[in-house]
Design a protein around this ligand. Structure first.
Ligand code: LLP
Length: 418
């Protein structure tokens, strides 16, 4: 459930007409609903509440906006971060250091040191050498770094290849067959408190079976590590739960996911950690755009909108589907292609899509844009950096300003020899 709906024929975000936001802020603009973020956080927390001791860390990469992170911190979530920049955001938004998990396949020494300095809750190790570097940095500071080993279970997540992470051929994690010996070696590092294992097989998973298969492999590894005398207190189950992008699409619910987890992990006796991103933020945001032209095309007309692939990269990158809904649907439909102004054919949001009839000047939204939307935006074609708005009931605020091309150019320098 979300809080984006047409009222009196006009799209509202909670108690605010999206037209009012377009008027005040201009387009394109991302709009997030606080009530939806809070609801999704609560639904996920309720879903995993039956699996004993646990910790939910929002995957900041999905939406790192500071105001969004503050909403989620207040809703009781911690943060899963993959860079020093994300860690700084989580801290700035008010997340407790102990509630922050540092994932990421290539953490620099400076990032590891910053994590130790902040006293974050857990480092997810991706390479044996990372454990040694982290252990040495921690020991030099008189600390023991809480850490888990990220394991690659070699399970096909059945999602888009570019967002699959759990196959042996992927760059992520340690081969599950190497994990016991590596765990033995790293457990002897004085600067490490090696306390568990982590797994994450991919994103936008539409089926629980691959997740269950990976968790069962982790359960076997857990038993093997304990048999070898290791104390395992934490298992991080990652993120990956998919969300519906198409009208009427059904996916496993958080409650079904939680029931599966409770079943598979019932004898584990560990603190479970979760890193949901998309399922919290995806359907809590839309990208509001205005139609520039409707241009005749071969087969179908082209609806050219003022949002482009630089604002919402997912269709160009992953052939992703984002539902397109008019601000004031007339009830009549048309079949069209939808594209942005960027000068490449990849800047196409939809081909031969049945949509509400729209004309020059009309407003519309791309739905399910709250995760991996604004954060993946660029300024390609010297377009502005897209702004973000947060709605809370009947009020709204710009939580990230539009950065105009002139401001971006101002950060460039002309050498005095030119
Ligand atoms: N934990 C780890 C270690 C991850 O790599 C990811 C996502 C997550 C958690 C969160 O996954 P989620 O619950 O959001 O599925 N830009 C792509 C998605 C990339 C996901 C990368 N890792 C997209 O727009 O589909």
């Amino acid at each position: 459930m979300d809080h984006f709906e047409h009222r009196d024929g006009v799209l509202h975000v909670e108690g605010v007409s999206a037209e009012v936001i377009a008027e005040a802020v201009g387009t394109p603009v991302y709009i997030y609903s606080r009530a939806t973020l809070e609801r999704h956080a609560q639904v996920f927390r309720d879903a995993v509440a039956g699996s004993g001791r646990h910790h939910v860390a929002f995957a900041v990469k999905a939406n790192p906006n500071l105001a969004v992170l503050r909403v989620l911190a207040k809703a009781g979530l911690g943060a899963d971060v993959v860079s020093g920049g994300e860690m700084a955001r989580a801290l700035a938004a008010g997340m407790a250091p102990a509630d922050i998990v540092f994932s990421g396949v290539g953490k620099t020494d400076a990032e590891l040191a910053a994590g130790l300095e902040a006293g974050i809750g857990q480092f997810n190790l991706e390479v044996e050498e990372e454990g040694r570097v982290l252990g040495a940095l921690a020991a030099a500071r008189g600390q023991r770094a809480p850490a888990v080993l990220r394991v690659n279970p070699d399970v096909d997540a059945g999602t888009h290849a570019k967002i699959s992470t759990g196959r042996a051929e992927n760059k992520f994690g340690i081969a599950i067959s190497d994990a016991p010996a590596m765990f033995d070696r790293l457990a002897r590092e004085p600067g490490l408190d090696l306390r568990g294992i982590a797994v994450h097989i991919g994103s936008q998973l539409g089926d629980l079976a691959p997740l269950e298969a990976s968790y069962r492999r982790i359960g076997q590894l857990l038993a093997d590590l304990r048999a070898a005398g290791h104390a395992i207190s934490h298992v991080d189950l990652g993120g990956g739960l998919g969300v519906p992008y198409r009208p009427g699409e059904t996916l496993p619910t958080p409650a079904e996911f939680g029931a599966m987890v409770a079943r598979v992990t019932q004898d584990w006796d560990v603190t479970l950690m979760f890193e949901p991103g998309r399922v919290i933020a995806g359907n809590a945001g839309v990208l509001l755009t205005r139609v520039i032209w409707v241009k005749p095309g071969e087969g179908h007309p082209w609806v050219i909108v003022d949002a482009a692939m630089n604002d919402l990269a997912r269709p160009a990158l992953y052939d992703a589907y984002h539902d397109f809904v008019a601000m004031r649907p007339s009830g009549t439909r048309m079949t069209a292609n939808i594209a942005g102004p960027v000068c490449e054919s990849g800047d196409t949001f939809a081909k031969a899509r049945e949509i509400d009839v729209v004309a020059r000047g009309d407003l519309a939204v791309f739905r399910t844009a709250g995760a991996y939307g604004a954060t993946m935006a660029s300024t390609y074609n010297s377009r502005a950096k897209v702004p973000e708005v947060l709605v809370d009931g009947t009020r709204f605020a710009v939580v990230s300003e539009r950065i105009e091309p002139q401001a971006i150019a101002a950060a460039e320098a002309m050498p005095d020899w030119l």
